[in-house]
Design a protein around this ligand. Structure first.
Ligand SMILES: C[S@@+](CC[C@H](N)C(=O)[O-])C[C@H]1O[C@@H](n2cnc3c(N)ncnc32)[C@H](O)[C@@H]1O
Length: 275
């Protein structure tokens, strides 16, 4: 069999977002890649508009979208009658936004610096916490903004997928015992984010998990004997039609139990809970 006849590999990437990398790696190219990762199109805008409509804020309330990219969702929310600011660190996106969504206030800034915005907004809307995989750095940022203004969302709806996959068995398998042990550990304890399409799994089940701030406590039991793999995350939607193409999130077959603690006045961090 020629190399290019193998099926495509499930996609894997480091769970660390680029904003947790060092300043040196904050290059323009990495910032651009972040935008390429968007795959939700109009479905996401509608989802965010629905969320804001449910909250029923008074007209003219000041909402800051964190992070807003070009401000495409901010503009849709503005049309509901709010005063909306789009916060992003990437000037390139903001300039595109200024051209296409001129009624939004586009603000260049770092969402890690919530303390700079005390008293300026009624609500900080975390656009990327509403959908997307389990990401502890997002919980930390929501908590620091909660010291500054009201925040949305205050909880994260996740899915726990249990599945078997002969493809993953074959691909992530190493002939050396020690290496295989490391792969198992990484698949077990939430160190790897994986994107798996439905065609790559043989069987699966899905359960809902809700993780609530400010503790964002989450307890996932080991996957059990019936399923070899377990992933905490969300559906991977096919952009154009919103079909469920697969799932993405943290591999956590061995289970975990985590919660957020306050480290000092400004900072929060997730710790393992002893059980
Ligand atoms: C995947 S994009 C999503 C943008 C927007 N929520 C959307 O759905 O169109 C992530 C955005 O986060 C921005 N970003 C990443 N780290 C940031 C930080 N520390 N402060 C401000 N913006 C940041 C990036 O520039 C990028 O525009």
């Amino acid at each position: 069999m020629k190399d290019n006849q193998y099926p495509p590999l499930p996609q894997i990437r480091s769970v660390f977002r680029t904003d947790s990398a060092t300043n040196e790696t904050h290059t323009k190219d990495m910032w651009r890649n972040e935008m390429v990762s968007i795959n939700d199109g109009k479905i996401k805008t509608q989802m965010l508009v629905n969320c804001i409509q449910k909250i029923k804020l008074p007209q003219d309330s000041k909402i800051i979208c964190v992070p807003g990219g070009i401000g495409r969702h901010a503009d849709a929310i503005r049309k509901l009658g709010y005063n909306v600011t789009n916060l992003d660190r990437n000037k390139e996106w903001l300039d595109i936004g200024r051209k296409h969504f001129p009624m939004v206030n586009h603000l260049e800034g770092n969402f890690e610096e919530a303390h700079k915005y005390v008293g300026q907004y009624d609500l900080a809307l975390f656009e990327d916490v509403i959908d997307g995989p389990y990401d502890e750095s997002e919980f930390r940022i929501v908590n620091s903004w909660s010291q500054v203004c009201d925040v949305y969302p205050k909880e994260k709806n996740l899915k726990l997928f249990k599945f078997n996959s002969k493809l993953i068995d074959q691909v992530y398998n190493h002939p050396l015992y020690e290496m295989n042990k490391i792969i198992k550990e990484q698949m077990g304890f939430g160190n790897l984010e994986m994107r798996v399409t439905i065609g790559e799994v043989d069987s699966y089940t899905v359960e809902s998990v809700i993780c609530k701030g400010p503790e964002w406590q989450i307890k996932v039991d080991p996957s059990g004997p019936e399923y070899k793999y377990q992933l905490l995350g969300d559906w991977l939607n096919n952009d154009a039609l919103g079909h469920k193409a697969g799932f993405r999130g943290l591999m956590c077959g061995a289970g975990f139990h985590r919660k957020m603690v306050r480290k000092n006045k400004k900072d929060y961090g997730m710790i393992n809970v002893d059980t």
